[in-house]
Design a protein around this ligand. Sequence first.
Ligand code: SF4
Length: 308
Amino acid sequence: MKIGIPRAFLYYKYHVLWETFFDELGIEYVVSPKTNKDIIKRGEMHAMDESCLSSKIFTGHVDYLIDKCDYIFIPRVASLGAHKDIVCSKFQAIYDVINNIYREKNLKILYYSIDILNKDTELKAFLKMGKFLGKKKVQVLKAYYIAKQAEKTAKMIEINNQNNLLKNDKLKILIVSHPYNIYDEYVGKPITDTLKELGSEPILACVVDEKKAREKAKKISPTLPWTFNKELVGAISLYFEKVDGIILASSFPCGPDSLVNEMIIRNIKGKPIINLVLDGQEGTAGLETRLESFVDILNLQKEGGIHE
Ligand code: SF4
């Protein structure tokens, strides 16, 4: 059995966990390539028009994988934490959405389902998936714990590396964006590449101790319901003193981000902030111009030329 993993959405948050889990169980998998024009085109052709760019990209990756594997891996996540926390409904719905888009192809989907508010934990979800894959419970448990350890280590290394970047003399710009946007070759990479070319250091809000960030977010907005947005909001607070400016980068049209970005702009004062809406259109000239102006302003401010 060969599993196809779409390089989109939760892949960027959980790929170490997933890949280590499948490796430990000896399950073969293929990951779709980095997002390119062809994948964007496939996503736009098959996804609903109203979908956000990120979910169109996910659909494009699924479309690429059809015929290249036996099962496509599409986890379903409804809630990840206690206290009424939920995630964007797309992560709960995407399994059914993809099933429906490709109903005539009889797509085979491998999934797990997490809904902490209904006591469906990650461990339970992985145990069920392991059983479906024909593995013994003891094997699955071992694979899961090894994968969790690998995930923890990878996260620690990522945070340490970013902490080292914070020590250099460059202008630091915090990018507040979901991992599936900022790490995406087509959507987020032009932002980080441009900032680096302009001599600044992009700092990613998604590279953070998630638990600490969620705690911090409660102080900024105690009622914010979306776990992934909480982590980004809390990261602003954790990195605030170490960065010179903040970029909010969201895919079009993102419901949660549009509300949360508005809240950030109103509540977080004392650092220049710009809001970039990413629509996947070809050409990065407009983006580069906005980033150049922003970096110029931050440089001027750093040199004492602009006063708040
Ligand atoms: S949070 Fe926004 S970008 Fe992410 S899946 Fe939901 S609507 Fe799309």
